[in-house]
Every structure is written in structure tokens, then in C-alpha cells.
Design a protein around this ligand. Structure first.
Ligand SMILES: O=c1ccn([C@H]2C[C@H](O)[C@@H](COP(=O)(O)OP(=O)(O)OP(=O)(O)O)O2)c(=O)[nH]1
Ligand SMILES: [Mg+2]
Length: 156
């Protein structure tokens, strides 16, 4: 049996309810899913040519509670089967954003991809956010890694 801590309440609204009555709210497809799949609110079908980007509407606005963000992430099935992913993965929905949640898709595949109204095109993950209080210093504490990075430990 899957157990999860208490869910965090997130207010959500349809921006034009009369135009999106046929669409489902984002939802967790299984009890243990990290992300809620979110549907495309395109009018009819939208074609995405190979290499093409599109900012796909969802018809939704959210009020993410302070201390959280909503991450927009690709769906792996679309990525692996069709090369459909997000240009800005993970997309960030800020706690103070009240505009439409939009999904920045790109077709990295070799075939035209058809986005149909109601298709689950991405997933939304609610994640806690820590706010940094920057403290300007002349020097930083020393570490074993130091300034080594970008593969300096090798591959094997
Ligand atoms: O995939 C995304 C990414 C962002 N947004 C919305 C919500 C977010 O709060 C706002 C700003 O996003 P971000 O900070 O990533 O973009 P920016 O280019 O820095 O814009 P801004 O100057 O408005 O912050 O745009 C989306 O709807 N989908
Ligand atoms: Mg920003």
C-alpha cells in the first residue's frame, strides 16, 4: 500500500470555464505519481514540425502556495517515442504567477507531431523551494573538489 504525507492545497481555476468544459484538471495517474499530467487546451489539432517549438495553452491558472513552485516537466513516453520534450525543462511556475500555465514544447523528433486537444502533454510537480539569503564574502570555505568540475573526476 502506498502512503503519502498530507497533500498541499493548491488553488486552480479555468481561465475561461465555458471554453474548457471538455477538459480534465491535471491529475495524478497513479497513487504514487510525482507529477500531475496536464492537458493541451489547443483548439482542434496543432501540428509540431520537426525542430519546431510551441507554447501550448492549458486554460489553467494556479496559485502555488508560498514556499513551493510548480515544475513543468516532460513526459518520458512522449520524449522517447516522439522526441517531444520541453525547451525549458523543468519549467517554473512561480508562487506569485496568476497567468495561464503554458507548456513550452519542442519536437526533437524526425516526424511531424500532432497535439490533440485534451492530450496529456506534460506533468506538473509541486516542489518545495528554499529562498537564498546571499552573503557576499571575499573568500569561501575550502573543499576537496575546489574548482574541479565539468567531468574532472573522469568517466570510470
Ligand atoms: O514552462 C513554463 C514556464 C513559465 N511559465 C510562466 C509561470 C512563471 O511564473 C512565469 C515566468 O517564468 P520564468 O521565470 O521561467 O520566465 P522568465 O523568462 O524569467 O519570465 P519573467 O521575467 O516573467 O519571470 O511564466 C509557464 O507558464 N510555463
Ligand atoms: Mg523569471
Amino acid at each position: 500500500m502506498h502512503s503519502s504525507p498530507a497533500a498541499v492545497a493548491v488553488a486552480i481555476r479555468w481561465l475561461e470555464p465555458e471554453r474548457t468544459a471538455d477538459l480534465a484538471l491535471p491529475s495524478y495517474e497513479t497513487a504514487g505519481s510525482a507529477g500531475m499530467d496536464v492537458c493541451a487546451a489547443v483548439d482542434g489539432d496543432q501540428l509540431l514540425q520537426p525542430g519546431q517549438r510551441a507554447l501550448v495553452p492549458t486554460g489553467l491558472a494556479v496559485a502555488v502556495p508560498g514556499g513551493y513552485e510548480l515544475q513543468v516537466r516532460p513526459r518520458s513516453g512522449l520524449a522517447i517515442r516522439h522526441g517531444i520534450t520541453l525547451i525549458n525543462s523543468p519549467g517554473t511556475i512561480d508562487a506569485d504567477y496568476r497567468g495561464e500555465v503554458k507548456i513550452a514544447l519542442i519536437n526533437l523528433g524526425h516526424e511531424v507531431f500532432r497535439i490533440q486537444r485534451g492530450d496529456r502533454i506534460a506533468q506538473l510537480v509541486l516542489a518545495p523551494v528554499a529562498t537564498a539569503r546571499l552573503m557576499l564574502r571575499d573568500r569561501l570555505d575550502e573543499t576537496e573538489r575546489g574548482d574541479g568540475g565539468f567531468g574532472h573526476t573522469g568517466v570510470r
